[in-house]
Design a binder for this molecule. Structure first.
Ligand SMILES: Nc1nc2c(ncn2[C@@H]2O[C@H](COP(=O)(O)OP(=O)(O)OP(=O)(O)O)[C@@H](O)[C@H]2O)c(=O)[nH]1
Ligand SMILES: [Mg+2]
Length: 324
């Protein structure tokens, strides 16, 4: 699923200003002055109400239907934003645009037979005032939806193709490996917690496309103690991985002891029933005598062998990859 293109969501003041400004450019024709005045007032009221109605409908339909998105999107959106609050805000927008239309329709009916210029002028002013006040009532919802939009836009596009999730402690070399094996360009740095969200890269072998997911580093602690950054890694493991490549840094240059890294590995193996490939990285510095595959994301040593293992597992994966 692709997060649909969501337009910038205007503030209530911007919404009011734009729709009234657009309406003010309308003028209608009639040989008789009062008719011309009346027709113009009606057209302007209708235009303002319609602009608000259409704009808000656009917002409602451009946000994803959270009842129908794959679990990963739902849970990530809920983690980053709060899906229930989005739904409530969209409900408020829907309410607002209906009331605005009603005010417009009722108001134009009241002036449609009038020949009194003052009456029409005052009525129009009153209608504009009521429309403004209804739109202002949803100021907070509009602001909230705009921040939600910013966050939703940063959620990567996940395809329903075989997926490798790279996981491990912080600073062990996950992002460098993702850069080496895929089109992904995550930031690399010599300090922990460089990666703050999930990101995607791809590679192709024999015309078949694969997806590689870089995740933030995880510490060895229970789920309830994990912060929002770590929880994103957990969501990727749970909902996206067809195989997990678990990176260990036996040099401990990452800043974390090996035994803590191994506890995390065991925890992941216990929690997810997904094949885990255990890899020791930074073998350019230290190559242990453990039976695990040794690689160096820096010098590329062992990476071909790793890819063979990965493909061996993914070849036998089911055809539906994105879990729901
Ligand atoms: N010598 C050596 N250094 C490596 C190797 N792989 C990664 N590094 C270095 O380790 C540091 C961390 O690399 P990253 O790829 O950012 O690590 P990460 O696991 O993504 O870190 P977080 O995003 O913070 O969890 C960087 O300074 C890398 O250059 C390797 O195989 N050998
Ligand atoms: Mg990283």
């Amino acid at each position: 699923m692709l997060m649909p293109k969501i337009p910038t969501i205007l503030t209530s003041k911007e919404m009011i200003d734009t729709s009234f400004r657009k309406a003010s450019k309308i003028s209608m024709d009639d040989r008789i002055l009062i008719f011309r005045f009346r027709k113009t007032a009606i057209a302007r009221i209708n235009s303002a109400a319609n602009t608000i109605d259409t704009t808000m409908r656009g917002y409602v339909s451009s946000l994803p239907n959270f009842d129908a998105v794959p679990r990963f999107y739902f849970e990530l959106s809920d983690l980053l934003i709060d899906v229930d609050k989005i739904k409530k805000s969209l409900g408020a927008l829907d309410w607002c645009r209906r009331i605005v239309k009603k005010i417009g329709n009722k108001g134009t009916k009241q002036i449609k037979n009038s020949r009194n210029k003052e009456f029409i002028k005052n009525k129009k002013k009153e209608i504009y005032g009521r429309i403004s006040s209804v739109v202002k009532q949803i100021s907070d919802e509009l602001l909230f939806l705009n921040t939600a939009r910013e966050k939703l836009r940063n959620i990567p596009f996940i395809e329903n193709i075989p997926t490798i999730v790279i996981a491990g402690y912080p600073n062990v070399g996950k992002s460098l490996l993702v850069r080496k094996i895929s089109s992904g360009k995550p930031k690399i740095a010599k300090y922990p917690f460089t990666t703050k969200g999930v990101s995607i890269g791809h590679f192709k072998i024999k015309y078949k496309k694969y997806q590689v997911i870089d995740t933030p580093g995880l510490l060895d602690r229970e789920l309830s103690k994990r912060n929002k950054i770590e929880q994103q890694a957990v969501l990727a493991l749970r909902w996206l991985a067809n195989t997990i490549v678990f990176i260990i840094d036996p040099t401990e240059h990452c800043g974390y002891p090996l035994d803590a890294q191994l506890r995390l590995l065991n925890d992941i193996k216990k929690t997810f029933s997904i094949p885990v490939i255990e890899v020791e990285n930074k073998c350019d510095i230290l190559s242990t005598d453990s039976g695990r595959l040794k690689i160096s994301a820096l010098t590329d040593e062992g990476i071909d062998e790793l890819m063979e293992k990965v493909l061996g597992i993914l070849r036998n994966s089911q055809s539906e990859f994105l879990k729901s």
